[in-house]
Design a binder for this molecule. Structure first.
Ligand code: HEM
Length: 347
């Protein structure tokens, strides 16, 4: 049998024969279209890897209840952290394309029409699999049709399909809702310190609410209503009150060994949101430098649309905003020893 050859293994011929600039034929008239194509291809390859990691992480959740200090949990965190690293890398790639000037871009912009990154199915799949829904998008009307410059019908179908499957966000919510740490069996010995309690809530939350109330300045007093709404009445965004409580509990007691991975997980979700929005910002600024406020080749308002996505397209905003409801470590209710025992690795 013949030895495997490097370029055959990675199918290099296919990749290296896939750059066909439309604005020049010979190297003498070569321009930045080559760079433009290669940058987009490099992005799409990384998008593919992100989707691969995302699907692996989702499958770990889908296959069943996962234990908070199990190998499964550490695997999910590992995959999501890798996605974060890829996002860091592709954020830096913007700088390479920015070596092209607006005038250089004009040399070939016309040949692209009406193609646009707006039609990147893989980018939409990443957003959908993370948990961003069509109706939560800025200018939803741009996404609903399949006219010139938009996604093709079959690509749009695929994105809608990804949205209808279990998204990472939904799986995280289900996992949070299953969190067992407020089960009565761990709380028998707990002495509630807050006196009046007309609310039908776990005694821990009665004390925590009180400590939170005490931590608020006069001008922030309205936050207490928000606390009740988020953690006991409506939840926040897509996240139920019980899942929000679990996210807060993990965040407050993140020093407990059992919460090491769960906290890393929540933190990494916020990081992914942040890195994606960093990309949106850099792309938006680059677009403004390249085309000013002209409309995009994909038919959106261009930079204005991209700026709108920047303020609105977050998958895990609710998780990140848990920070609103934290109190100082020293003010936290002391946990009962039955729970502390359960929350250490040696049980
Ligand atoms: C000269 C460089 C670029 C310009 C002028 C540009 C311009 C634009 C514009 C105007 C839009 C809004 C949609 C529309 O076309 O109407 C857009 C969207 C988009 N572009 Fe670019 N782009 C550039 C480079 C890139 C690169 C390198 C990527 C990497 C894949 C990319 C990916 C995207 C994606 C994913 C969207 C959709 C964003 C969203 O809807 O949130 N673009 N681009």
């Amino acid at each position: 049998m013949q030895d495997l050859y490097y370029s055959d293994y990675i199918e290099l011929d296919k990749i290296l024969n896939s750059q066909h600039p439309r604005s020049f034929e010979s190297m003498e008239d070569g321009n930045d279209e080559m760079l433009f194509i290669i940058i987009h291809q490099a992005y799409e390859l990384w998008f593919k890897q992100i989707i691969f990691e995302l699907d692996l992480a989702r499958n770990i959740f889908i296959k069943g209840d996962i234990n908070d200090n199990s190998a499964d949990m550490s695997n999910v965190v590992h995959k999501l952290k890798r996605i974060g690293k890829i996002l860091e890398l592709i954020n830096q790639q913007v700088g390479v394309l920015e070596t092209m000037t607006a005038l250089d871009f004009l040399e070939f912009r016309n040949v692209l029409l009406p193609a646009s990154g707006f039609q990147s199915k893989q980018f939409r799949l990443i957003e959908a699999k993370l948990g961003l829904k069509m109706e939560q998008r800025y200018k939803t009307e741009y996404y609903k049709h399949t006219r010139r410059g938009s996604l093709s019908e079959s690509d749009l179908r695929e994105v809608n399909q990804a949205e209808s499957e279990s998204t990472l966000k939904e799986l995280i919510i289900q996992w949070l809702e299953r969190m067992p740490y407020l089960d009565e069996r761990y709380w028998k010995e707990y002495q509630q310190v807050t006196e009046s309690d007309s609310m039908d809530r776990h005694k821990f939350w009665v004390d925590y609410r009180n400590a939170y109330q005490t931590s608020l300045s006069k001008s922030e007093a309205g936050r207490l209503k928000e606390f009740d709404k988020v953690f006991f009445e409506e939840g926040r965004g897509d996240i139920s009150p019980s899942a929000m409580r679990a996210a807060l509990f993990i965040t407050i007691y993140r020093d407990l060994p059992i919460f090491q991975f769960p906290f890393e997980l929540l933190n990494t979700l916020s990081e992914i949101d942040e890195l994606l929005s960093n990309w949106r910002y850099r792309h938006f600024m680059m677009v403004r430098r390249m085309i000013g406020i002209r409309i995009g080749t994909g038919g959106t308002s261009g930079a204005g649309y991209l700026e709108g996505t920047l303020s609105q397209h977050y998958a895990f905003r609710e998780i990140t905003e848990v920070a609103t409801f934290l109190i100082e470590r020293s003010k936290r209710p002391a946990l009962p020893s039955a729970l502390k025992e359960k929350a250490s690795f040696n049980v």
